[in-house]
Design a protein around this ligand. Structure first.
Ligand code: INI
Length: 153
C-alpha cells in the first residue's frame, strides 16, 4: 500500500503570502501568525514573499501572480471579511473563496484559504490570535503540508 502524506518541514521551501489591508487590525495578526509558523518550521525568511492588496476581493488576482512565479511553491491567502448590515459580505466572501480555489487548480500549486469570514468583530478576534487560535498560523501549516505532499507524486 502506498500512502501519500505531506510532512510539515519548511527547510528549503519558497512561499508567497497575499494579505488584504481591509480590516488590517485582524489581517496583520493573521500575517504575524503565518510568519511565526513558517519560520518555526524551518522556512528561511529570505524565501518568503509578502504581497499586500486593498481588500479580500483583490486577493485572487495577486495570488495568481504569486503562483505564476517559478520559485514559489505555494501561496497563503490571508484576510478578514466581516459581515455588515448589507449583502456586501456575501458577494466578497463568495468571490474570494471561489477565486482562491480556482488559482490553486489552475496553477497546480497549493493556494491556501486563510481568510476569516465572520459574523462579528468578536468572532474575528477569536480567530486572529485568541481563543479560537490564529487562522494565519493554521493556514501556514496547511501550506507546508500541501507543498510537501506535492513532492510525493
Ligand atoms: N474587504 C475585506 O477584505 N473585508 C471586508 O469585510 C470587506 N467588506 O466588508 O466590505 C471588504 N470589502 C472590500 C472589497 O474586498 C474590495 O476591496 C472592494 O470592493 C474593491 O474591489
Amino acid at each position: 500500500m502506498k500512502i501519500y502524506e505531506g510532512n510539515l518541514t519548511g527547510k528549503g521551501i519558497n512561499v508567497g503570502i497575499v494579505v488584504s489591508r481591509f480590516n488590517e487590525f485582524f489581517s496583520s495578526k493573521l500575517l504575524s501568525g503565518a510568519l511565526d509558523s513558517l519560520k518555526r518550521h524551518g522556512v528561511d525568511e529570505k524565501n518568503i514573499q509578502v504581497c499586500w492588496v486593498p481588500g479580500g476581493f483583490e486577493i485572487p488576482l495577486a495570488a495568481q501572480k504569486m503562483a505564476a512565479k517559478e520559485e514559489i511553491q505555494g501561496v497563503i491567502c490571508l484576510g478578514a471579511i466581516i459581515r455588515g448590515s448589507t449583502p456586501h459580505f456575501d458577494f466578497v466572501s463568495n468571490e474570494v473563496a471561489k477565486g482562491i480555489a480556482r488559482v490553486g487548480l489552475d496553477s497546480g500549486k497549493p493556494v491556501v484559504f486563510g481568510v476569516i469570514t465572520t459574523d462579528s468583530i468578536e468572532q474575528a478576534v477569536e480567530r486572529s490570535g485568541s481563543k479560537a487560535g490564529n487562522k494565519g498560523w493554521e493556514a501556514a501549516m496547511t501550506a507546508l503540508e500541501m507543498i510537501n505532499l506535492q513532492k510525493e507524486f
